[in-house]
Design a protein around this ligand. Sequence first.
Ligand SMILES: [Zn+2]
Length: 103
Amino acid sequence: MARYDAAGCPLPTNLLEAAAWHFAIVATCRKCGAEGVFDPHALWNLFERKGWDVGIRSVAYRLRCRRCGAGAFVSWSKDKAATVQLPMPDPRKWKQALNRLRS
Ligand SMILES: [Zn+2]
């Protein structure tokens, strides 16, 4: 179910929605505060390939700080550029996923 912010914009609840709506995924370390910004398509691709659940809570559970290894808080941003480079999904696979979201 979609959630909405104060301005009435939908907030993503999983990586597919984040990518479809062009939100970058921001992971902040719980311990040292290090921040990583992921392109949502690339992060979705990683989770999809590993067979991991793409829900935002699962993402927070999977991501680990590269500096100290602690867990991360996950949020999203419309105006941050990705700082972590991951391979992008196959365009055909991405289109299929988008169709699933819209159906
Ligand atoms: Zn850390």
